[in-house]
Design a protein around this ligand. Structure first.
Ligand code: PMP
Length: 330
């Protein structure tokens, strides 16, 4: 018989797939790390498992405790899944820009979800950061993983995702391209790859226009899970060799192309990262191997990025996006 002991054993060891269509005219090899194949559907399963492991080991999280975290969804799913397996309760706090689909996924695992306004300052008592701080003090046995400062977040990528990439590319990887949210992915993988390659691997961050990583003021953008309006502890500012600024329009157009041209149904931050990877690929040598991280799948964005009316309403698409019978028949 061939099976795993529990769903948690399915985390990590995700495959790399070559991008063949959106890379037209590019000589370098562009490989995508398909993180939506993790059991919770995103790259965040990895950090959830490691943060909980380390909190159990340190005694910060005790049997029957409650996990409280401000999250845009994916970290919540990872935490909710691990918590379900280990008998913890979960309360998640997220901004109102997060799709209802994503919030319902959290509830499906048995978690509680508190929704806060996006358009307020992080210091405002209504902000999702502040609300989660308050809940920590009010709930007995509460533990806040804090993916923004918890060293287990980048550590999971340093010890797991980074070595996976080095092994999968047989040490031939020349560039890593990743979106930056908490900074855990780029910091952990980037640090490992820099060390193992003697500084040769180039680390490239992709960032939404308006976010601080690419010099913005933190003004709002619509792509979810990436970009920040503050500098998290888990982002190592010395690591990235380059940051590529990507607009929402570019991110969403590429996200849709990945589904239609590569058969990869992914989220907006994946589209954004691929735009960054193609910017790198244009200047790359033919034998360069560029790896781009696809953090999550597209199912959570069906009513937004993959919805023509939503795209049109926000000015990302000309016309209705629908094809009439007349157009098809000529
Ligand atoms: N994409 C999505 C959809 C995410 O949820 C996140 C996590 N916030 C990221 C990208 C960025 O990853 P990291 O937090 O490791 O920088």
């Amino acid at each position: 018989m061939q099976y795993y002991e529990s769903v948690l054993d399915l985390i990590g060891n995700t495959p790399l797939v070559r991008l063949n269509a959106v890379t037209e005219g590019v000589a370098a090899t562009v490989l995508a790390k398909v993180e939506y194949l993790n059991p919770g559907g995103s790259i965040k399963d990895r950090i959830a498992q490691r943060m909980i492991d380390e909190a159990e080991a340190s005694g910060a999280l005790r049997p029957g405790g409650t996990i409280v975290e401000p999250t845009s969804g994916n970290t919540g799913v990872g935490l909710a899944m691990v918590a379900q397996q280990r008998g913890y309760k979960c309360v998640f706090v997220c901004p109102d820009k997060v799709s209802e689909d994503k919030r319902n996924v959290l509830k499906a695992y048995g978690a509680e979800v508190v929704v806060c306004p996006t358009a307020v300052d992080p210091e405002d008592p209504r902000s999702y950061y502040k609300v989660s701080d308050r809940l920590i003090h009010e709930i007995d046995g509460a533990w806040k993983p804090d993916q923004y400062s918890n060293p287990a977040n980048p550590a999971s990528h340093y010890h797991q995702t980074g070595p996976e990439l080095w092994k999968q590319t047989d040490g031939k990887i020349t560039h890593l391209v990743a979106g930056v949210g908490t900074g855990g992915t780029i910091t952990g993988i980037g640090k490992y790859l820099k060390e193992v390659s003697g500084g040769k691997v180039q680390v490239v961050g992709a960032d939404p226009e308006g976010s601080v990583y690419s010099g913005g003021t933190g003004r709002p953008y619509l792509v979810e899970g990436v970009g920040e309006d503050f500098w998290p502890e888990n982002y190592d500012r010395t690591l990235a060799d380059r940051i590529v600024e990507v607009t929402d329009a570019e991110s969403f157009a590429m996200t849709r192309r990945l589904a239609r041209e590569e058969g990869l149904l992914v989220g907006g931050s994946a589209g954004m990262a691929v735009v960054g990877a193609l910017a790198v690929a244009r200047d790359a040598a033919p034998d360069d191997v560029i790896v781009v991280i696809l953090p999550d799948g597209g199912r959570g964005y069906l009513s937004k990025i993959f919805n023509d009316e939503w795209m049109t309403e926000f000015g990302f698409m000309g016309g209705s996006g629908e094809t009439t019978v007349g157009e098809v028949l000529g």
